[in-house]
Design a protein around this ligand. Structure first.
Ligand code: GLA
Length: 697
């Protein structure tokens, strides 16, 4: 549309959409925040502590050092099965109770982990069928962790017993604030044994009812895949029927969810309701659908590790926001790295101040607790040389001081964060089904839906300074702008949900590969974006995995598309073509790359290509302008990350300088700079510098 090149008309067009954006508001939280423990500081710092690895005479000194550092939480016992249950039917919790009580004497509360990631040798040797089977048919041997099968009924029975014994003993202990079930489930894969395969087949039968139905949805007449008997259906190993592969993931989600529920049930039966129950997740780990598995938990937690290199604030922020989005509430960072890990290709140490910046970033994004893994080097075991706060000699390593500084700051700033949580006007939609569907058939190795999510996140956050990442099925009415970068699996119910949002005034932006498949991973019998074609008034004629970049130009300026390009076609009045491809493979030449259309009281926009950074920035400016999205704080210099949490009558900002230079930030008005203990409207941040600005106005 050539008139877009006229700046005045462009401005008028944007203004029109700002004014016509529906009056959606965001409200501060009214209910108590379950991640904040009554009677404890609103934000906490702690460590993973393994008293079972040390003589009891040492505990007092450990806890004294923790208390001196303002560490207020220990997560304990999650690998201590052989100590708590030394033989079948025998339990010993006295030592653990003494550890919990001693910690309490030092004003440290305990989170108890159930030890089911580490079944003891007596169990796996007497009942070898509990051991997980690898895809090649080999049972894993004892000696590592996560060696048991999550689907083994026998293993689950043992898990239930140890969790029940723990809950009976500690479910009323005033110093136990909560529970972590297992540790990082799914870290090892599902088991590929006969028991699991039969469970999968039974699960399919319960889902599809008849083989005809299954055969139809999986289109099994292709390559003679038709099944005549449920027992013929394999566990997929390697490339397989896409429907079967997606169902294996769904089955995995249900398996881990019921594995978790088995323990939740007995803990809830015996524990006081004030004790939370969480799981310890791993960011973008994709072994199961986290939106499903976190539902029965009080809140979600995750392990925030950098590994090699240095923190990427955008990816780390995105991972925090992903975790916050699992239950759409604050979360805990159950583990983070004290400088270095031991498991990466290069276990470099984070720079001085970097871990502190990471801890504050976590808080800014909604974490109410950050724990370092681990307290002290174990003298042997697979993680002997992992980062710690206390060395093998029992005295603090240099990093202890940085952890202590951060924890003292947490203690100083905690009241500012009480009853606060991040609140955004913009949501990014994430869908495990879409992620898996694309992973199974990438079409180009270069297409990485999480990387594209990060591109959208970074660009949107640059402007709005706050982005939620939520399930595609989450309620979205409160958002002014909703973007779904790769919503590949878009069944009718999801399309209806999103269309309601648009009809009511929302702006939905879809990225490439959207609306191609149904919930069975079958192609929709329409072109992309499937059930949204009519609302968009346009469709994808053809998609192209790109060998080289393609020029694009239009309303957002000129630049390149890379990796993926879709040739769009307008089909209805009211469509506006915002970008077109330039000369490339002949098919794309002069064809639409981006189309937008008013629909109901809102708008739907389809971006059919991966745009370069400059175009993405312009696209995001347009999206946020047309949707009336405003930054939570206002302009800040390059390299400064702003996060905001809102509570009744207050908002609190965390500002972090990720640039390598000193920066001065001017606030819109004077605020309480909590860490400095003064009011000001300017603040100076050195590299990795952190400020907490409380605004009570
Ligand atoms: C994971 C585990 C911990 C420990 C750390 C080491 O997150 O949960 O038990 O192994 O990694 O980085």
């Amino acid at each position: 549309m050539s008139w877009y090149s006229l700046p005045l008309l462009r401005a008028a067009w944007c203004l029109f959409f700002v004014l016509s954006a529906s009056a959606q508001t965001t409200k501060p939280p009214s209910a108590p925040i379950p991640t904040q423990i009554p009677g404890q500081n609103a934000i906490l710092m702690g460590v993973a502590w393994y008293p079972e690895q040390w003589p009891e005479s040492r505990w007092e000194e450990d806890l004294r050092l923790m208390e001196a550092a303002d560490l207020k939480v220990v997560r304990i016992a999650e690998f201590a099965w052989s100590r708590m249950g030394p033989s079948e039917g025998h339990y010993d919790f006295d030592w653990l109770e003494r550890a919990i009580n001693l910690a309490a004497k030092h004003h440290i509360v305990s989170v108890l982990g159930t030890p089911t990631a580490t079944p003891p040798a007596w169990l796996t040797q007497k009942y070898p069928d509990v051991l997980r089977m690898e895809p090649d048919g080999q049972r894993v041997t004892h000696g590592n962790r996560t060696h048991a099968s999550a689907s083994s009924p026998r293993y689950r029975e043992f898990c239930r017993r140890i969790a029940e014994q723990m809950a009976t003993r500690f479910g009323h202990n005033p110093n136990v604030v909560g529970w972590q079930i297992d540790n990082e489930y799914g870290y090892a894969r599902m088991s590929y044994d006969d028991v699991t395969r039969q469970q999968f087949q039974d699960w399919l039968k319960a889902k599809y009812k008849t083989l005809d139905n299954l055969n139809t949805h999986w289109a099994t007449s292709y390559w003679s895949q038709t099944y005549d008997n449920w027992r013929e259906i394999p566990i997929p190993v390697g490339g397989h029927n896409p429907g079967l592969m997606l169902d294996w993931k769904h089955f995995g989600t249900d398996t881990w969810t019921s594995y978790q529920q088995n323990q939740i049930d007995v803990i809830r039966k015996h524990a006081e309701s004030r004790q939370f129950i969480t799981g310890n997740f791993m960011g973008f780990f994709d072994g199961f659908d986290h939106y499903t598995i976190t539902q029965p938990l009080t809140f979600a937690s995750w392990d925030d590790y950098v590994g090699t290199g240095h923190v990427d604030p955008a990816y780390n922020g995105l991972s925090h926001d992903l975790t916050r989005g699992f239950k759409r509430m604050n979360f805990w960072v159950m583990e983070t790295q004290p400088g270095a890990v031991n498991w990466s290709s290069l276990n470099n140490f984070l720079n001085r101040g970097e871990a502190r910046a990471m801890a504050w970033q976590a808080v800014g994004h909604g974490a109410d607790d950050v724990n370092y893994w681990q307290w002290r080097s174990a003298l042997n075991g697979q993680e002997e040389i992992h980062g710690v706060l206390v060395g093998p000699d029992g005295t603090p390593v240099p990093f202890y001081d940085e952890a202590a500084q951060t924890a003292h700051e947490f203690a100083k700033a905690e009241s500012s964060f009480r009853d606060t949580q991040p609140l955004s006007e913009v949501a990014l939609l994430y869908s495990y089904d879409s992620h898996w569907a694309i992973q199974f058939q990438k079409h180009t190795e270069k297409y990485d839906d999480v990387a594209l999510l990060k591109i959208y996140y970074q660009a949107l956050r640059q402007i709005s300074q706050s982005v939620d990442v939520v399930s595609a099925y989450a309620p979205v009415d409160a958002y002014k702008l909703v973007a779904a970068p790769s919503l590949n699996v878009l069944p009718k119910d999801l399309a209806d949900h999103l269309l309601d949002y648009v009809r009511n005034g929302g702006h939905l932006v879809l990225g490439p590969r959207s609306g191609m498949k149904d919930e069975f991973n079958s192609l929709l019998p329409q072109r992309q974006p499937g059930f949204l074609v009519d609302a968009l008034g346009a469709r994808v004629e053809q998609y192209y995995a790109l060998e080289k970049d393609v020029p694009v130009s239009g309303l957002w300026g000129s630049g390149e598309a890379s990796i993926w390009a879709e040739q769009l076609k307008s089909q209805a009045p009211g469509d506006e073509v915002l970008l077109k491809y330039g000369k490339s493979n002949g098919w794309l030449d002069d064809q639409p790359a981006v189309i937008t259309r008013a629909y109901g009281k809102g708008r739907i926009t389809y971006i059919g290509a991966v745009l370069d950074d400059k175009l993405m920035a312009a696209a995001t400016e347009w999206m946020t302008n047309t949707s009336g999205v405003t930054p939570v704080l206002g302009p800040v210099p390059d390299g400064i990350e702003v996060s905001r949490r809102i509570g009744p009558g207050k908002q609190v900002f965390v500002l972090i300088n990720y640039s390598q230079e000193d920066r001065r930030v001017t606030l819109p008005h004077s605020m309480n700079l909590v860490l400095d203990g003064k009011n000001s409207n300017t603040l100076d941040l050195a590299p990795y510098g952190v400020a907490v600005a409380l605004d009570n106005r």
